[in-house]
Design a binder for this molecule. Sequence first.
Ligand SMILES: [Ca+2]
Ligand SMILES: [Ca+2]
Ligand SMILES: [Ca+2]
Length: 134
Amino acid sequence: MIKQFIMAIAIIFITALFAFAADDDFSRADKNKDNEISKPEYLDAVTVAFDKYDKNKDSFLARNELRNIYKIDVEKFIKETDKDNDGKISKREILEAAEKRFSTLDKNKDDFISRKEWLDGRKQNDPMLVLFRF
Ligand SMILES: [Ca+2]
Ligand SMILES: [Ca+2]
Ligand SMILES: [Ca+2]
């Protein structure tokens, strides 16, 4: 009996831990902690992610840098984001893509991404959210 009880507690604990980990990037982007991600917060978070992956600090994300992004489909990402077709992603290109992505993620069009909208995007392995998985 006690054994089952401990098991149940352990499962609850582990589940909570995973939920927390999944939400962590949401909380990080939600700077003012109102449980919603506004467009400026989202674009800020994308900029932070961009700078983090731009290892040689040339203000472009090249293929070898994009490959460091967890589980990202590099070629697909470049195809969708690299508007001037130079094979690398500039900050402007990524922010333009992020603006569009914001509207897609904001399902109910209230100009904020709720936690649920964020997690829905995550389930679809949204490349603009994959960016945040440091
Ligand atoms: Ca917020
Ligand atoms: Ca480019
Ligand atoms: Ca929304």
